[in-house]
Design a binder for this molecule. Structure first.
Ligand SMILES: C[S@@+](CC[C@H](N)C(=O)[O-])C[C@H]1O[C@@H](n2cnc3c(N)ncnc32)[C@H](O)[C@@H]1O
Length: 224
């Protein structure tokens, strides 16, 4: 991976969104006033897709370059990765990407308007192997409900993992929700061979010969 030129925080600012400093409780009504106004945020009314846990940003960058008519908002809880991705998009001066360093659960719950996003991507979320750490997993029933709430009818939730057990948990959650219809799943690497890898973790999985599980879920018209 090419090393990018180091940019100052000021230079990165157009590609970074900071959570408002608020004294109100996370997820409370007080946060609603600070919700992201996408047309103002991106200065256009193009559809918006959110990536949760973008890591080093391979997916975000390739998608933003390939689809300039779509806006991408990448959320990453680790600051150094967010700044790394912001730098990658800033040096290319991409107008259709913003990044944020935050817990995606909090942003989806408190800062995104209902029915305002065309896709949510949760690709290779941290599995948190130890049982006592499982509560740190990002994909929970509450998270899936928030994803359903912010997606437009017909919008897509994309999930992928190289951990069969975690993929099973995510699948069970969405399959139990009338707000989602599971369109497509596959349990092997075959379709990836044609598609090419999408994320850094996907690339690693392919190199190691680890199977990848993925699904695309469509938002139905059933209210959440
Ligand atoms: C296993 S990595 C996968 C990165 C990338 N999606 C890929 O496939 O290469 C998971 C990423 O999600 C981030 N992450 C974990 N929990 C998060 C949360 N609650 N909100 C936002 N990002 C989170 C981690 O810091 C990490 O960068």
């Amino acid at each position: 991976m090419r090393k990018e030129r180091r940019l100052t925080l000021q230079e990165l600012a157009p590609w970074c969104w900071e959570l408002p400093q608020t004294t109100v409780q996370a997820g409370s009504v007080g946060e609603a006033a600070a919700r992201l106004d996408w047309p103002r945020f991106f200065d256009n009314d193009h559809p918006v897709e959110i990536e949760v846990g973008m890591g080093k940003g391979l997916f975000l960058l390739t998608q933003a370059l390939a689809r300039p008519e779509v806006n991408f908002f990448g959320i990453e809880v680790v600051r150094k990765y967010q700044l790394y991705v912001a730098t990658r998009v800033a040096v290319r001066k991409l107008p259709n990407v913003k990044t944020s360093c935050a817990d995606a659960k909090r942003i989806l719950h408190g800062f995104v308007h209902p029915a305002s996003v065309s896709a949510v991507h949760v690709l290779f979320p941290d599995p948190w192997w130890k049982l006592r750490h499982r509560k740190r997993r990002v994909f929970t029933p509450e998270f899936a409900t928030d994803a359903a709430r912010i997606l437009v009818s017909g919008g897509k939730l994309h999930i992928a993992s190289d951990v069969e057990e975690y993929f099973g948990v995510m699948s069970d959650i969405v399959q139990g929700m009338p707000a989602f219809r599971v369109l497509d799943t596959n349990e092997s690497r075959e379709s990836l061979e044609a598609a090419g890898f999408q994320t850094n973790f996907e690339r690693k999985a392919r190199e190691q010969g680890t199977p990848v599980w993925r699904a695309v879920c469509e938002r139905t018209a059933v209210p959440v």
